[in-house]
Design a protein around this ligand. Sequence first.
Ligand SMILES: Nc1nc2c(ncn2[C@@H]2O[C@H](COP(=O)(O)OP(=O)(O)OP(=O)(O)O)[C@@H](O)[C@H]2O)c(=O)[nH]1
Ligand SMILES: [Mg+2]
Length: 449
Amino acid sequence: MANSDTIAAIATPPGRGGIGVIRISGADLKDFSKTLLGKSPIPRQAMLQSFLDAEGRVIDQGIALFFPAPYSYTGEDVLELQGHGGPAIQSLLLNQCLIAGARLAQPGEFTLRAYLNNKIDLIQAESVADLIEANTYEAARCATNSLRGDFSKKIEGLVNMLTELRMFIEATINFPEDNIGDLPLSPIEEKLRQIDTQFKQIFQTAQQGKILKEGIRIVLAGEPNVGKSSLLNQLAEDDVAIVTEIPGTTRDVIERTITIEGIAIHIIDTAGLRETSDIVERKGIERTHAAIKNAHMIVWVMDISQRSPSTEAETMYSIPADIPRITVHNKIDLINESARIKQHSNSTTVNLSAKTGAGIDLLRKEILAISGWRHSTEGLFTARQRHLEALTMAQAHLNSARTFIAHESQLELLAEDLRLSQLALSSITGEFTADDLLGEIFSHFCIGK
Ligand SMILES: Nc1nc2c(ncn2[C@@H]2O[C@H](COP(=O)(O)OP(=O)(O)OP(=O)(O)O)[C@@H](O)[C@H]2O)c(=O)[nH]1
Ligand SMILES: [Mg+2]
């Protein structure tokens, strides 16, 4: 383990509350506990205690809980002091912990120690942060599934399948006399096929988990005055953006997050696209293009009452073709059309009115459909871009391995690709992980976790 000095932090959020918790972790907290409580605490027993300063004066009274190593969150000795939840009293108590020999914990340091002491793997450590950050019930439930080890078990299952196959191939390479005559290539092929199917399933679930964790970034774009800001207001059911009949009203990007079926949808309203000599508007349009670049999806808004809608404007403003898109024909109330959705071979159009709200539900449904969300959180776990990248790399090695299957002489190359695939998978659970990646992951945690 890298560090076993004693760390302390206020684990409850800042502010006033019934209880404030200070958490301390270290290799040996017996002396530390004696200084702070006046006696040794009994393991895993809630005790009403006085918390003392260096002169033995009572700072606060509360519950002390002692979890001796290794049966604690961090795997070290952990002491939790549940005192009164006020900023002054908590600071006093924390200060006393520092005087008694602890240092302030870094963000996520308790969880980092849990990981370094093999209490949890890296996926589980990440899911602790995901659970705390979850804004929807669905995201919280899926983070709990990850924390329970659901995602880790899937990865372990794949690693085991790869290990078995590697052992089989190594045996074939090392003891050719046993089976060279009828080298069983087809079982290898069959196993590779099974692993591939498993890979695809896990990747799909992880992709869903990423949508659930991060939400979907949608940019409302189009020419001025087509009704982008009105659409944002209608989707958010709030007066978020200024709407006027003057083209060029919106100058800056305006973001609002809404929830559709438990998925966070980050909607970004932008300045209308057109040629302009107005410096402020031009800056706004630059921001529109920057927002489009980072979007998961574009909702391209057109005014159906103005001209026959075509894709010509999108081409004119060089909207990237590789970002999924929904075209909205807005202002149907002006031409007495009814709301509807039209699926073309590779695009979707929704006819609606941002003014009356007709057709907004169709747009909401289509946003979820296009994002790839499958309407179910059953068996789902939260996942991150890092996991998807590692899975992609592992799958690439697997695909490469399959190219060697036809030639007995290339079994060693096949085995090497399987090893590399396994290595990529192991980086997900953190079996082989660089220190800088750990720093990156844990620095995003809150202090006290
Ligand atoms: N009748 C009708 N008017 C609409 C509709 N949507 C927007 N409008 C009107 O169209 C005008 C422009 O609406 P905005 O929402 O400001 O349009 P925008 O695309 O954000 O415009 P910029 O910010 O200038 O790019 C306003 O007068 C709105 O009231 C609609 O569905 N029906
Ligand atoms: Mg606007």
